[in-house]
Design a protein around this ligand. Sequence first.
Ligand SMILES: CC(C)(COP(=O)(O)OP(=O)(O)OC[C@H]1O[C@@H](n2cnc3c(N)ncnc32)[C@H](O)[C@@H]1OP(=O)(O)O)[C@@H](O)C(=O)NCCC(=O)NCCS
Length: 141
Amino acid sequence: MNAENKITIKSVNLDDARLPSVIHGAIGNPSPEKVVEVIESYKNPDHAIIGAFIGDILVGVLGFCKASEVITIHHISVSLHYQRQGIGTLLLEEVKKGSKGCKIMAETDVESVDFYTKSGFTCHGFNGPYGNLRHKCEINL
Ligand SMILES: CC(C)(COP(=O)(O)OP(=O)(O)OC[C@H]1O[C@@H](n2cnc3c(N)ncnc32)[C@H](O)[C@@H]1OP(=O)(O)O)[C@@H](O)C(=O)NCCC(=O)NCCS
């Protein structure tokens, strides 16, 4: 099944009741307090969260900040049931739109690095703070 054709991409209200359960997947050791803290961080004016909706239901999020010409993706997550249906790609495309001349950067783990390389990012591995393999990914638009 491919969900792309019934998806709307738009800005996410930080009070959206589904936001904690969707962004959860992009947070390491996501205690309820940490999830609240992460959502609060998006009140910063340089930060934004866009979401993928089916009707009114939030099924994917991408949180980023933009400083000068650099966009840093801090969180991207698609609800388990909706993964591998093009939704993460649609969220990335929305960020790329209108950002010509910018660089997009992201840091991810080994499970999601193929998602970024498939979208044209260049990724290289490094040792994360807990001895785990992480990847820095970037693309110039
Ligand atoms: C990573 C994530 C956001 C991708 O979203 P998605 O909607 O599933 O991605 P798409 O359907 O747009 O995938 C596009 C391509 O990326 C690659 N890809 C996506 N997820 C992948 C995975 N888990 N493993 C390997 N390749 C993957 C595939 O090549 C895929 O194309 P294909 O399905 O035609 O083979 C989603 O899997 C997710 O939420 N994962 C858990 C949270 C997470 O790891 N977040 C990133 C770290 S913060």
